[in-house]
Design a protein around this ligand. Sequence first.
Ligand code: 6GU
Length: 242
Amino acid sequence: MSAPLRIDVITIFPDYLAPLGLSLLGKAQREGLLEVQVHDLRDWTHDRHRTVDDSPYGGGAGMVMRPDPWGEALDAICGSRPGQTPHLIVPGPGGDPFTQEVATELATDAGWLVFACGRYEGIDERVYDEYRERYPLSVLSLGDYVLNGGEVAVLAMTEAIARLVPGVLGNEASLEEESHTGGLLEYPVYTKPPRWRDREVPPVLLSGHHGQIASWRHAQRIERTAARRPDLMQAYEGTSKD
Ligand code: 6GU
């Protein structure tokens, strides 16, 4: 078996990451496929109030995370595995889009991810400048809306990444059909009963014709993607798979 994917998370709200121990990700950790360690940024402060933020130079609203606790935390954590290099990830609304493609790359190539969760108005820019020189560093965004901090984004990204690690998902075949694989959204699914509140399951699905079922599903993926995500549809048509 290959080495487990290692994930470190640095946050001022370690409890926020408790769900990483549940469900599929908890099982993956118990099975040795995944290692998650959550760290409290305040462990790298030295004052009585365990201060991690201060007011912005130049003025403006809110508070900025100081570089000194981040520097100590990142030095300690990123240097904790001799001979190994982490991929640093800072979640933030101003980052590159976190996509299925990015999740696949991180699950496959990195081996070790360190997430730095910012809060308030963000982290002092010199932290980015410093660690970009030492490690691969990505600022990644979930989408075009603003969260209060990186913690919820880390939950989302970790789940998307970890389920792509070989062995984590029970049924690897379900990876091949799901939304965003191949650039299309998923087809609609149905189960028993065949009639519910006068609503029928599409008859083709009960026909036993596997070829017809596959073409119906493919057509549904195209129809859905065109209706809901014209941006994805354009990209898909660009690949001329159809
Ligand atoms: Cl990754 N972080 C924060 N704070 N807000 C976001 C986000 C990330 N993605 C979308 N909004």
